[in-house]
Unconditional design. Structure first.
Length: 456
């Protein structure tokens, strides 16, 4: 009984399953009505579901804004300008965007920083007014951006013909060296510089200089100096669009010691008869400042103008000679005063002689060359002998009889008279003088009457 019931039950269930399968493959009118019925309600349900999804999404990953400052703009294909022999300059700082604002889902924004912002201006897009549109993007998640925008949208250019010039490069110094020193030679290891850039900017350049600060120095300087450009008015030109072939140059500044020394001149020649060189020499500068290495100046104490430069031969008045002191400076020594050209005048003073008589007591007259067996006595004049002296007035004023030594040289007198031996008698014999002041001389021979007799 139990076996038959179990088998019958299984057969019954199988049959029911088959009937359901057949019925499920047939689309009867009831099923179609269920699918096509209430379209408006179904659409509304879909929109509500989509809106709910968006709300949920925005709550979990909302769109937010992100600001980036100072984004540089890369200019591409600049060769399209420079290959034409032109140069460009960015105007108004438009190659830098002050602010870029990015809108994107928070998940994207959180993954970005300034380095991900890309700003490009392509010269291929250059407009007729010399502007280039700026294209902004990010280098990742760019497809997930809502918006990206900068506070400027184009780069402004100034385009000019390119100009190249060569300029002499001159060294210069600023400041003051230590007291007692001065600047000597200043040299650079290069003397030319080439500059290039926009024609309007390059044309303003008047000179190129390499400046060295010498403040407080007392020895040579050897350094690298920046090269600066200046206009005609001496104002520095700080144009970033001017390119220099070199930006620095080696400069050597010689620092010399300064020393003050006197001048000395030796006068040659004899003045005209009746005139004398007074011994006074005048200079338009009595001392000069010279400069050189300390080891050299140590041995220089005077600047000598040699014999032959000032010659008074035959002069009847002062002799003035122009002298260039450069000719008499020792080797490696220069004039320290930059405003002094080394030209001076040297004057040798010449005056006309005057005369004055000096009375010498006859008892003071000395005999020489007199044989021992004879004696000599001056009989005329009786008391004093007048001797006429010649010289400069200033020298004659100081001469007295005590400065004059009167001498009768009998031996010389006998030679002049052709006498071989002394003969007693009275003779007029000249008196010679020796004067302490060698600038004064006896004008003419003064004769006295001498009586010569043999001793008993």
């Amino acid at each position: 009984m139990q076996t038959d019931c179990g088998q019958g039950c299984r057969i019954s269930r199988i049959n029911r399953w088959r009937r359901r399968s057949v019925n499920s493959g047939k689309a009867g009118p009831g099923m179609k009505n269920k699918i096509t019925k209430n379209w408006g309600l179904k659409i509304a349900s879909f929109l509500c579901a989509a809106g709910l999804w968006l709300v949920v999404t925005n709550i979990n990953d909302p769109v937010v804004s992100f600001r980036v400052s100072d984004v540089p703009v890369t200019i591409r294909n600049a060769g399209l300008i420079t290959d034409k022999g032109q140069v460009y300059e960015v105007l108004d700082g438009t190659d830098m965007i002050d602010v870029v604002t990015i809108s994107a889902p928070r998940s994207v924004i959180d993954a970005l920083d300034k380095s991900n912002v890309v700003a490009v201006a392509d010269v291929n897009d250059l407009t007729s007014v010399d502007t280039i549109p700026i294209k902004l993007s990010i280098n990742k998640y760019n497809d997930k951006l809502d918006t990206i925008k900068g506070n400027i949208d184009s780069v402004k250019l100034s385009i000019e013909e390119k100009k190249t010039r060569s300029l002499p490069l001159r060294p210069s110094t600023i400041g003051e060296v230590r007291d007692g020193y001065m600047i000597g030679n200043v040299k650079t290891d290069q003397n030319l510089i080439r500059i290039s850039g926009p024609q309007s900017a390059v044309s303003q350049v008047s000179k190129a200089q390499a400046e060295v600060d010498i403040s407080g120095f007392g020895s040579n300087i050897d350094t690298d100096a920046d090269i600066r450009l200046y206009d005609e008015e001496g104002k520095e030109i700080k144009a970033a669009n001017i390119e220099k072939s070199i930006s620095k140059v080696r400069v050597n500044v010689e620092i010399l010691q300064v020393k003050e020394v006197p001048l000395m001149c030796t006068v040659t020649g004899m003045a005209s008869e009746g005139h004398q060189f007074t011994g006074e020499i005048g200079y338009t500068r009595n001392t000069i400042q010279i400069a050189g290495r300390s080891q050299t100046l140590e041995h220089v104490n005077v600047i000598e103008i040699p014999e032959g430069v000032v010659d008074i031969t035959g002069a009847e008045e002062n002799v003035t000679v122009p002298v260039d002191l450069h000719d008499y400076l020792p080797e490696d020594v220069i004039l320290a005063d930059k405003e002094f050209n080394g030209q001076i005048e040297v004057t040798a003073h010449v005056e006309q002689e005057t005369q004055r008589s000096v009375r010498v007591p006859v008892n003071n007259i000395v005999f020489t060359g007199l044989p021992e067996e004879y004696e000599a006595v001056i009989t005329e004049p009786e008391n004093e002998c007048s001797i006429m002296l010649v010289g400069l007035a200033s020298n004659l004023e100081t001469v007295t009889a005590a400065d004059v030594t009167a001498v009768i040289d009998l031996e010389s007198w006998m030679e002049d008279e052709g006498m071989t031996e002394v003969i007693e008698g009275s003779y007029w014999i000249p008196v010679k003088t020796i004067i302490a002041n060698d600038t004064v001389r006896q004008r003419d021979d003064t004769e006295v009457r001498v009586h010569i007799i043999a001793k008993n």
